[in-house]
Ligand binder design. Structure first.
Ligand code: NAD
Ligand code: WQD
Length: 348
């Protein structure tokens, strides 16, 4: 059991990870400014975790760029904070192209503020949400961690900058315990259907778009290109169930706390690729609903294929994904069906 600060803990990946960490017995402080999430997500996490666990979870509204908010979070636990899981950030690729200053501010300056607060409060263990986006157009498939980092948009640049900052810190002071986890395509939801992904506005990503089509919120999916050099011509990605991803964070924390100080850089993916058309088919099967689609032009900045080489995470963490594409579709659908308007529908 450890006291953990979870930045961005009300968001999609954060909420599922909080549940897994509560179930593992940890005590959590969540710091979130709710710019892309709802406090209802954390309430539902508390409900799912059960009455006893609720006492081990504190939710604070605050910003990682504000050192007073950070100090409040670090001071909220009697025994201090042993480790940070850092999810807070912005993640919309297209928006980052239009608003690069915003992305460098929240993602990079925000992370710097957080790391300064960690130094002030003598906390030297952090798990950072990095992204496969920093491989850009990958040079090889599957993608090992040694692949060149060459992001192709400001969002990816901001992740690469924080990775570099963490590397510099680890070199400057040997006591740091750091995991840079490069997620592939996180999707799905908790099997209860009580928590899930709730994008604001029109979804940028495939899974939330497909599930909104299936539930009747949107008329049809636009498939961004059917002329890619892939088996069926549509883009191939490594989708990872958010509960597998959450369990990856628990495993990374355990390794960081158990072993000597180190800097871990790991892909979190399944190692399996699925095309857009395969996802459509699997979703129709899981939901029993039609997912009409039309073939559109390629989206700027997309790669044909992105699939992780997940072997290093298996070796270092003893972790690998356990849930299939049909599990991802079933759980996304459960969440979507029960919450057609996301968290805004059913106030608690
Ligand atoms: P999300 O938007 O659902 O969660 C991010 C959370 O951070 C939200 O609750 C938001 O309100 C909060 N936040 C944003 N700015 C903040 C600030 N300045 N101070 C405090 N809180 C702030 O996104 P997610 O999908 O859960 O992603 C979590 C992390 O994982 C992000 O860093 C993202 O870049 C990274 N990531 C996500 C994906 C993905 O496809 N979802 C893939 C790779 C990496
Ligand atoms: C998947 C596939 C699209 C929407 C993004 C970010 C990445 C990471 C994960 C944060 C592609 C196709 C999509 C649609 C479609 N996030 N598609 N119609 O682009 O692999 O990764 O999320 O770190 O940084 O870039 O995910 O879900 O947007 O797309 O045909 O309406 O679905 O072309 O082949 P992507 P995605």
């Amino acid at each position: 059991m450890a006291e953990l600060l979870i930045t961005g803990g009300a968001g999609f990946i954060g909420s599922h990870t909080c549940l897994v960490l509560l179930e593992a017995g940890h005590r959590l402080v969540i710091l979130d400014n709710f710019s892309n999430s709802s406090a209802i997500a954390s309430k539902r996490v508390a409900e799912l975790a059960g009455v006893a666990a609720q006492e081990r979870m504190l939710v604070l509204e605050g910003d990682i760029r504000n050192s007073n908010d950070l100090d409040r979070a670090f001071n909220s636990m009697e025994n201090g904070i042993a480790a940070v899981v850092h999810f807070a950030g912005l993640k919309a690729v297209h928006e980052s192209v239009q608003l690069p200053l915003k992305y460098w501010d929240v993602n990079v300056a925000g992370s710097r503020c957080l790391l300064e607060a960690m130094q002030r409060h003598n906390c030297r263990t952090i798990v950072f949400s990095s992204s496969a986006t920093l491989y850009g157009y990958p040079e090889q498939i599957p993608i090992p961690e040694t692949t060149r980092v060459q992001p192709i948009n400001p969002y990816g640049q901001s992740k690469a900058a924080v990775e570099q900052l963490l590397d510099d810190l680890a070199c400057s002071e040997p006591g740091w315990r750091i995991a840079r986890l490069r997620y592939f395509n996180p999707v799905g939801a908790h099997s209860s259907g009580c928590i899930g992904e709730d994008p604001k506005g029109i979804p940028n990503n495939l899974f939330p778009f497909v599930s909104q089509v299936a539930v009747g919120r949107r008329a049809e999916l636009q498939v961004f290109g059917a002329d890619w050099p892939t088996p069926d011509g549509s883009g191939v990605r490594d989708y990872i169930h958010v509960m597998d991803l959450a369990e990856g964070h628990r495993a990374a924390l355990e390794v960081l706390q158990r072993e000597e100080p180190q800097l871990l850089t790991l892909n979190l993916g399944s190692g399996k690729g699925h095309s857009v058309l395969e996802v459509v088919q699997a979703f129709e099967k899981a939901s029993g609903q039609p997912v009409p689609y039309s073939i559109n032009q390629r989206r700027a900045g997309d790669a044909a294929c992105s699939v992780a080489d997940p072997r290093l995470a298996a070796e270092r963490l003893g972790w690998y994904t356990q849930r299939s594409l049909s599990d991802m579709c079933r759980d996304s659908w459960n969440w979507q069906k029960a919450n057609p308007q996301g968290y805004s529908q059913k106030q608690q």
